[in-house]
Design a protein around this ligand. Structure first.
Ligand SMILES: Nc1ncnc2c1ncn2[C@@H]1O[C@H](COP(=O)(O)OP(=O)(O)O)[C@@H](O)[C@H]1O
Ligand SMILES: [Mg+2]
Ligand SMILES: [Zn+2]
Length: 324
């Protein structure tokens, strides 16, 4: 689908609902959807109805993960894509939803070409892009003819786009839907948390205080929003010197584990700084699918095992309750 059409549909609010029975209209609250027969017309659909409609849209997805962090550049997109690829290699059916509208990285990290997202001609529902037969994704970057052009959207339009990704996309049956988020705690995060009640946050941090401080704020946001958290990951955790094999603590080490302990959150693992991670990102090929062995590949593989085990065991912390 072409970005112009998608943007017009998101902008109109009403047309953001290409969903039959799972209305995805955006703000203002209370606006209904004329094109959705399963919901009352304008002014009649409550926020609650729309939410339940949307959550119905993802009932065939077993586990929904929300990769977030207060900070940009800490490796959220890398974690989302590499964990997704590692799970897909294990045979899981995986989807990635990129709700970072201003800096959508998922398409690039998966080497996708422009305008790869299609919409079903009859239903208007979006068809995610196939990366592997059991790994599909949707990202605004796959709709942009020119990826260097900025996307200048205000909150309501971004929320409408997120809702369309959630409710207006043909996700099918999935074991894991991994949602990659922008930095901070803005409209996209609120829209995801409000509309996917069983979503589990995976918090990503780097070890130094500057990043930890932002993650503390993100945790406080989750507490207030009543989100559940699966655990915390420390990325860029030490660097193995390519010359002598020594441990270089470029951004320090251990801050993530300490933060997790302080907040009673499971620590999911650490991923080393690794030049191979940068190369694989630039190549558009997740590390799990690259030949050879390296520290980050091992880190992401261990992380995906931990994430899957905790999801299956139902070990998420209800953060709102835990905070008491
Ligand atoms: N473990 C790592 N080792 C080396 N580079 C990394 C690692 N994790 C992420 N990067 C690089 O850091 C940059 C930012 O990562 P990205 O995943 O886009 O962060 P975010 O989504 O949080 O903004 C990218 O260039 C990425 O390749
Ligand atoms: Mg990112
Ligand atoms: Zn050295």
């Amino acid at each position: 689908m072409e970005i112009g059409r998608f943007a017009r549909e998101c902008g109109s609010g009403v047309a953001a609902c290409a969903v039959r029975g799972a209305c995805g209209t955006a703000e203002p609250e209370g606006a209904g959807c004329a094109s959705c027969p399963a919901l009352p017309g304008k002014g009649q659909a409550t926020a609650e109805q729309r939410r339940s409609g949307l959550s119905l849209a993802l009932t065939s997805v077993k586990y929904k993960l929300f990769v977030m962090s207060g900070k940009g550049g800490v490796g959220k997109s890398s974690v989302a894509v590499n964990v997704a690829a590692a799970l897909a290699l294990e045979g899981c059916k995986v989807g990635i939803m990129d709700v970072d509208m201003h800096g959508p990285s998922v398409a690039g990290l998966l080497g996708s070409r422009a305008c790869a997202v299609r919409a079903d001609e009859v239903t208007g529902r979006l068809i995610p892009v196939e990366f592997m037969p059991n790994l599909h994704f949707i990202s605004l970057a796959s709709m942009l003819p020119d990826r260097d052009k900025a996307v200048i959207w205000r909150g309501p339009k971004k929320s409408a786009a997120v809702l369309r990704f959630i409710g207006g996309t043909e996700w099918g049956e999935l074991d894991f839907l991994i949602i990659d988020s922008p930095p901070g705690t803005g409209d996209e995060h609120l829209t995801v948390l409000k509309n996917i009640p069983d979503i589990l946050a995976v918090m990503v941090t780097t070890p130094q205080e500057l990043s930890l401080a932002d993650v503390r704020r993100a945790l406080s946001f989750l507490r207030t929003a009543g989100g559940k958290i699966l655990g915390l990951v420390e990325n860029m955790s030490g660097l193995c010197c390519p010359h002598c094999g020594g441990d270089i603590r470029l951004f320090k080490k251990g801050g993530g584990r300490m933060l997790a302990e302080e907040n009673g959150i499971p620590f999911l693992g650490e991923i080393a700084l690794d030049p191979a991670a940068v190369l694989s990102a630039d190549l558009g090929r997740p590390l799990a699918l690259c030949d050879g062995d390296c520290a980050a590949k091992r880190g992401f593989a261990a992380l995906s095992v931990e994430v899957a085990a905790r999801c299956r065991a139902g070990e998420a912390v209800d953060f709102a309750l835990a905070a008491g």
